[in-house]
Design a binder for this molecule. Structure first.
Ligand code: FAD
Length: 465
């Protein structure tokens, strides 16, 4: 039958946006139903952040095993059992998604397996393999995430793979072409280069990692080149021929046509929001020309009881941004005055070395009308970095000239992803370079780089001139 079930807050999609929204809404006393058509955890836990970081670590270990002779660690025959690597990676995903399911249960969130489609401003149809049922809601949070963009001449099939395919390969390719040098492409390039694959990166613009500062991207490029990766920038991939054994890609590099053969071609040219097939037009939820849902500072759409978060709204498509918006939306539904403020959202590329940024770059700060200076401190002047045998990189701290207010920071170097947290806090709390410089950091630690960059900003560094 089709009697509508009634729920308070309905959340669509159980990625880092949706599951966090569901938990926060439940914590605030809302009765929550969460609909997911695939797996709890969404892209991030199943085919994104987590499995990619697991494979990055496996690649890193393999590479270290082969390349620590300068420290006196000599190995002869390093073998990679890739099947076991994949099983280990899958076990990490299972642990995390199992943990999320337990949290949802513990918070009394009802989880429904099925695909949601809006049938009205306060109702959805949920379809599973057999049935379709109608749910009426008071509030809804849409968190349907995103999907890899497909280049029409590179249909995902067989040896033409997307990031999900690249995370699930059963063999280590001898040679792989990567189309798109954004952070996802570069992270996966690092994985396979470390595992011994010859990787060729084709990037359309002049620089890989166009979202990050050129000097930082250059350092990553240099390290990857040392590891056998080759790069073609201003390269437009035209088409692909596929056989059982491999692919032949035609590419236009600065006006010259080339053909490159490989075992696989991985296409990572961006992601598109999953807003096409959920009935949003029919109920008047406004979107922009890219299909991103328009929202206000509380993540409320043009339909006032419907909220949207994560990869389907504007801003960086990152898991922590989705989770941040999730809390704001759930709190807004409970009548709290929460609002988003994106300044202190970090972005990280888990390359080697890692790149991390938060707040403004020097250029962005100037464009935003701030009178700033940038203070730089190298990893090579830090004892901990040297003793890690990993001392390439630097930190840049962007401060307001008048009072030293920290408005941004960029790091390229080992553990940049963890180090950026302190600077996110500094920005969030309105701290100055002096606040950070006066904070005692343990010796020897990479954290001292942050303290010393703050001292550079103040003109009184100890370990650099
Ligand atoms: P998603 O995680 O995409 O979840 C959406 C969920 O909604 C999916 O489970 C989907 O099945 C479900 N769904 C869709 N439509 C319906 C429907 N109609 N009914 C029911 N359910 C539906 N971000 C980082 O911050 N750090 C990283 O290191 C990082 N690494 C990444 C690596 C890779 C390879 C990829 C692909 C992405 C990575 N990301 C990373 C990005 C991150 O995964 C996304 O930003 C994040 O998952 C977005 O969360 P979300 O909740 O908006 O959507």
């Amino acid at each position: 039958g089709d009697f509508a079930q009634e729920v308070d807050t309905l959340v669509i999609g159980a990625g880092p946006g949706g599951y966090v929204a569901a938990i926060r809404a439940a914590q605030l006393g809302q009765k929550v139903t969460l609909v997911e058509k695939g797996n709890v955890g969404g892209v991030c836990l199943n085919v994104g952040c987590i499995p990619s970081k697991a494979l990055i670590q496996a690649g890193h270990r393999a590479h270290l095993a082969k390349s620590s002779a300068d420290m006196g660690i000599e190995t002869s025959d390093v073998k990679i059992n890739f099947e076991k690597v994949q099983t280990w990676k899958d076990s990490i995903v299972q642990k995390l998604t199992g943990g999320v399911s337990a949290l949802l249960k513990g918070n009394k969130v009802e989880v429904i397996q099925g695909e949601a489609y809006f049938s009205g401003e306060d109702s959805v149809k949920i379809m599973d393999e057999k049935n379709s049922s109608t749910y009426k809601f008071k509030h809804c949070i849409i968190a349907t995430g995103s999907t890899p963009i497909e280049i029409p001449t590179f249909k995902y099939k067989g040896r033409v793979i997307d990031s999900t395919g690249a995370l699930a390969l059963k063999e280590i390719p001898k040679k792989m072409i990567v189309i798109g040098g954004g952070y996802i492409g570069i992270e996966l390039t690092g994985v396979y280069a470390n595992l011994g694959t010859e990787v060729v990166v084709l990037e359309g613009s002049k620089q890989i990692l166009p979202g990050f500062e050129k000097q930082m991207a250059k350092l990553v490029e240099k390290k990857l080149k040392k590891n056998g990766v080759s790069f073609h920038t201003e390269a437009m991939a035209k088409g692909v021929e596929q056989t059982d054994e491999g692919v032949k890609v035609t590419v236009d590099v600065k006006g010259e046509t080339k053909e490159i053969e490989a075992d696989y071609v991985l296409v990572t040219v961006g992601r598109k929001p999953n807003t096409e097939e959920i009935g949003l037009e029919g109920i008047g939820v406004e979107m922009d020309e890219r299909g991103l849902v328009k929202v206000d500072k509380q993540c409320r759409t043009s339909v006032k009881n419907i909220f949207a978060i994560g990869d389907i709204v504007a801003g960086p498509a990152l898991a922590h941004k989705a989770s941040y918006e999730a809390k704001v939306a759930a709190e807004a539904i409970s009548g709290e005055p929460s609002e988003v403020d994106y300044l202190a959202i970090p972005a990280v590329c888990f390359s080697e070395p890692e790149i991390a940024t938060v707040g403004y770059t020097e250029k962005e700060a100037k464009e935003a009308g701030y009178d700033v200076k940038a203070a730089k401190f190298p990893f090579a002047a830090n004892g901990r970095a040297l003793s890690l045998n990993d001392a390439e990189g630097f930190m840049k701290l962007v401060t307001r000239k008048s009072d030293g207010l920290i408005v941004g920071a960029q790091i390229v170097g080992p553990s940049a992803s963890d180090m950026i947290a302190e600077l996110g806090l500094a920005i969030e709390a309105g701290m100055t370079a002096e606040d950070v410089a006066l904070t005692i950091h343990a010796h020897p630690s990479l954290g001292e780089i942050t303290m010393e960059a703050a001292e550079v900003a103040m003109g009184t560094p100890i370990h650099t001139m």
